[in-house]
Ligand binder design. Structure first.
Ligand SMILES: [Zn+2]
Length: 544
């Protein structure tokens, strides 16, 4: 290996195309240089690189600031600093490394690993284009190659959502295959990789399998859905705007035809009154109070797509809803909410079907099953739904309430724990709950309380305002009024619940002018709850 600055570094790669794209972070990490492309005797590839292949790649590669030249050669040049083909040594060792418990590296990491470079180098974009070129009226781009297919991947669903505003990129033969298998969409030919990269950069969503256009999409870190090839899932990266489709349950973003990122409600989600007449309740965010029914709600909220994407992160490690790491966690997690289960059992003895709406990976449902219920769930986070279904064996529908298939009056208990406030059509959700509940069936749950002590004190800084996902803000009064239509109220009260106790206790200390502890604290808290100012509302109601 040569010292930096001694001469311009020369890199050699023999492909295939995708491998070369995934090798680029290595060139950048070494400070850039000349890339020579050509065949290799030592590492023969499926597609032997020739001059015209290099011509296809050159315009895109030359645009990258760390690449000084792109040339073709019949074999490795004499003055060679790095033979990038060496990354195949990792592929040879991969099986053994996986057996020893190592995680599988993606193709860019495999290159970086080979040259002992930091793997995080491929977490930021390594490709740029001169100008994104959106295709008019076609915000979605699709590609699928003959290899690396996943037969469970829901192309039929994707075409239902997107065929009307999608275009296909790739080879003519790939296009013919795709249209034959999944139906019509127009073809967008591209003369070289730069044209392809401009189109990908200009689209709003890219959907494809583990082939060359996806490698370009990865280099650009563009919003994408990947058809993951289960035999070799080597294109998984640490990035937030990639959706990985391992099986039939894949979150498929529904891109709107407009660029509007905000949805403005024109009607109150409960009574339907004119939203433009509602009075503002909080500064900076469009939280308003309905003049007809007094419901407080988020009038301007993020685009539905943004919100759905946001929910997909609920399964990840940083979230309080994250997937459990082991059996112990499944058995002991606080998400089982034993205290709530016990209170619920005061109103309905175990047995019968229990439906948990917004169940996450199914912690509460697992608890319900242990108590003797038949658990079913629905959740918007596909990783969570998959986990509950496949690992816990609890049927969890991925999607929203409308996608749930349950016969009328077939459910004994419906629970919605910190869920109701997330739904965009509260009235429709309640109608659906009434429909599936048996007569006398129990509906219970928890919602944040907009009239709570911390909410009314901290206003915009209240921790549960959550403008990304909290669409409706109930108070004990508005919730009661809503539930009284169709249900008999068994119990409704407020409590601190999951809210930040430290913040609340600090506030109470300031209010009372004395440090609170022991019985004093308990009594003060009880007084807050009794006055309807606890941070959350717990409700237990019965279908009439
Ligand atoms: Zn209203």
């Amino acid at each position: 290996m040569l010292l930096p600055g001694r001469h311009k570094r020369v890199f050699y790669h023999s492909g295939d195309f995708g491998d070369i794209i995934y090798a680029l972070p290595v060139i950048r990490a070494f400070g850039g240089g000349e890339l020579v492309i050509g065949p290799s005797k030592l590492w023969p590839t499926r597609l032997q690189m020739n001059k015209s292949h290099v011509d296809l790649m050159r315009p895109l590669l030359k645009l990258q600031p760390y690449i000084t030249r792109v040339t073709y050669a019949d074999g490795p040049p004499k003055k060679l600093d790095f033979d990038l083909n060496q990354f195949r040594e990792y592929l040879v060792m991969e099986k053994e490394l996986l057996r020893r418990g190592h995680r599988r590296l993606n193709l860019a990491e495999a290159h970086l690993y080979t040259f002992k470079l930091p793997l995080g180098e491929c977490d930021r974009p390594w490709l740029t284009v001169d100008q994104p070129e959106p295709i008019p009226n076609r915000p979605v781009l699709i590609h699928r190659s003959a290899r690396w297919r996943n037969h469970d991947f829901p192309w039929d669903k994707i075409m239902r959502y997107h065929a009307h505003h999608a275009a296909f990129v790739g080879l003519p033969s790939e296009y013919e295959d795709f249209v034959r298998d999944w139906g019509y969409l127009p073809y967008h030919p591209t003369a070289d990789f730069l044209e392809l990269a401009r189109a990908i950069s200009g689209c709003r969503l890219y959907i494809g399998n583990q082939s060359l256009p996806y490698a370009i999409c990865e280099g650009l870190k563009h919003f994408s859905v990947l058809e993951v090839w289960q035999e070799g899932p080597n294109c998984l990266f640490n990035r937030e705007n990639a959706v990985y489709g391992h099986g039939p349950n894949v979150y498929v973003p529904k891109i709107r035809d407009t660029d509007q990122m905000n949805t403005v409600l024109s009607n109150c989600p409960i009574c339907g009154a004119d939203a433009s007449a509602a009075e503002p309740c909080r500064k900076n965010v469009d939280i308003v109070k309905c003049q007809a029914c007094a419901l407080i709600y988020l009038r301007t909220h993020p685009d539905r797509e943004q919100t759905l994407l946001y929910y997909q992160k609920y399964a990840d490690d940083h979230s309080h809803m994250h997937l459990p790491k082991n059996v112990d966690e499944i058995r002991t997690t606080g998400l089982r909410r034993e205290y709530f289960m016990q209170e619920m059992l005061e109103f309905k003895k175990a047995g019968g079907t229990l439906l948990d709406i917004g169940c996450g990976w199914g912690a509460f449902l697992a608890n319900a099953r242990d108590k003797g219920f038949r658990p079913v769930g629905v959740d918007i986070c596909h990783k969570a739904a998959d986990f509950g279904t496949s690992v816990l064996g609890i049927p969890i529908t991925w999607g929203d309430l409308s996608e749930l298939t349950l016969p009328p009056e077939s459910v004994s208990v419906v629970t919605a724990i910190h869920t109701l406030e997330h739904l965009d059509d509260t009235a429709a959700a309640l109608a659906r709950i009434l429909q599936v509940l048996e007569p006398g069936g129990l509906f219970c749950g928890i919602v944040p309380n907009i009239n709570s002590l911390c909410s009314t004190t901290f206003k915009e800084k209240w921790q549960w305002l959550d403008v990304n996902t909290h669409y409706v803000h109930f108070s004990p009064d508005t919730l009661k009024a809503i539930l009284e239509k169709g249900f008999q109220i068994e119990r409704i009260y407020t409590h601190t619940g999951d809210y930040d106790q430290v913040q609340l206790h600090k506030l109470l200390t300031e209010r009372t002018g004395r440090p609170l502890e022991g019985d004093d604290l308990t009594e003060t808290l009880q007084a807050v709850w009794d006055s309807g100012q606890g941070e959350e509302i717990r409700f237990f109601v019965r279908k009439l």
